[in-house]
Design a binder for this molecule. Structure first.
Ligand code: SAH
Length: 358
């Protein structure tokens, strides 16, 4: 047993002995198996718009980035991607976008209802910060889940990387509570290795996952984008690594994934694309071996995929959808795990709402 408290989390985050880390990996894998089983669920990710009104300093589709062609998929294009996801046997479609005001409650409500009715898949939304009225409309249209990373639990760091929008009053933690109250399976997460992220703040992030009783947790390394303020600064300061700075490495990301699994045994946790982008050969696999149970293949139409450039070097850009799916499925089987069928609701959400898992 590994206890989950501030000091044990800090110790594990700073542990670098591969032999001792084996204990963390073993324990995370054991808790994953006991909590969410051996099934790995696939989610079809559709990046429906790269328009964004925000100016997050880390993100390559921020409003202030000029020279990036912008796109927004139509209802029919989104439906086509959802059909593709169903044809691959996936039980969930994830609609993700920049914070695009043209993606109105009406637009998202209609496309969500169509996906639910025509394909029977669960729908996860990840559309940034939204009003209560919008969230209620999404839920009424049949949306099952919502992903909103809090990115970092350090309020000062968060304000620096995610400048507030005039007139938008709420913060992300409040919105997560709201999502929960509306009945959504509620997901959040962080980036590991944001410039200015300290060990103690990363430890706090993991404790916050448990306090929020999250149903889904996405953790990826911060990947500097050269056309962003934070990315440019990261490039300039690459040689300076202070002892307080958490490194944005695959190993550190895996430690955070493993600790998140110990903190939230029943949550769905993806092996993220950002982890795969940083470590194309082993990223997804090491995520799945160290606590993760979900994979989200990118089903965005190939012409748009490079334009949803939140970070550089996105994995899988050169592959076609069939190739990616086949490669990921073979990897799951090699690990001795099963590919999940059906929507794969979060066991944590099932527990707290009294729904029978299935
Ligand atoms: N507009 C939505 C969706 C953003 S994209 C929102 O803000 O919630 C989903 C996630 O990608 C973000 O939450 C962030 O954690 C991650 N991301 C964005 N830029 C990144 C970068 N440069 N490196 C690594 N992850 C990044």
């Amino acid at each position: 047993m590994i206890a989950i408290n501030r000091s044990s989390i800090l110790t594990w985050l700073q542990e670098d002995d591969p032999f001792r880390l084996e204990e963390l990996w073993r324990e995370a894998d054991r808790v994953r198996q006991a909590g969410v089983g051996d099934e790995v669920f696939f989610r079809g990710l559709v990046e429906i718009s790269n328009h964004c009104r925000r100016n997050c300093t880390y993100c390559g589709i921020r409003a202030g980035r000029t020279g990036l062609p912008r796109y927004r998929l139509t209802q029919d294009e989104i439906l086509e991607c959802a059909r593709q996801s169903a044809a691959f046997g996936y039980g969930t479609v994830v609609l993700q976008a920049g914070e695009d005001p043209e993606l109105t409650a009406d637009f998202i409500g209609r496309v969500t209802a169509r996906i639910r009715q025509e394909t029977g898949q669960a729908v996860t939304l990840s559309l940034g910060e939204r009003t209560d009225g919008e969230l209620r409309a999404f839920r009424q249209a049949g949306a099952n889940r919502y992903l909103l990373r809090f990115e970092t639990s350090d309020p000062a760091l968060f304000r620096r990387i995610h400048p507030p929008l005039a007139g938008a009053g709420r913060n992300r933690i409040e919105m997560l509570h709201r999502l929960r109250a509306l009945g959504f399976e509620t997901g959040s997460g962080i980036m590991v290795g944001i410039p200015g992220q300290s060990w103690t703040s990363l430890a706090e992030d993991i404790l916050l996952f448990a306090r929020l009783d999250l149903d889904m947790i996405g953790i990826g390394p911060y990947l500097p984008h050269p056309d962003t303020p934070l990315g440019r600064r990261a490039a300039k300061n690459a040689a300076i690594r202070t002892p307080e700075q958490v490194p944005a490495t695959p190993l550190m990301t895996c430690k955070a994934v493993a600790l998140a699994r110990l903190a939230c045994p029943l949550a769905n946790i993806p092996a993220t694309s950002a982890l795969e982008s940083l470590d194309p050969e082993h990223g997804r696999e090491s995520g799945l071996r160290r606590g993760a149970n979900i994979i989200m293949p990118d089903l965005t139409p190939p012409a748009c995929r490079p334009l949803y450039s939140i970070y550089p070097g996105k994995a899988g850009l050169a592959e076609d959808l069939e190739q990616t799916g086949a490669r990921l499925q073979a990897m799951v089987q090699k690990l001795g795990r099963r590919i999940g069928t059906g929507p794969g609701a979060s066991p944590n959400w099932c527990r707290r709402t009294g729904v029978t898992p299935g």
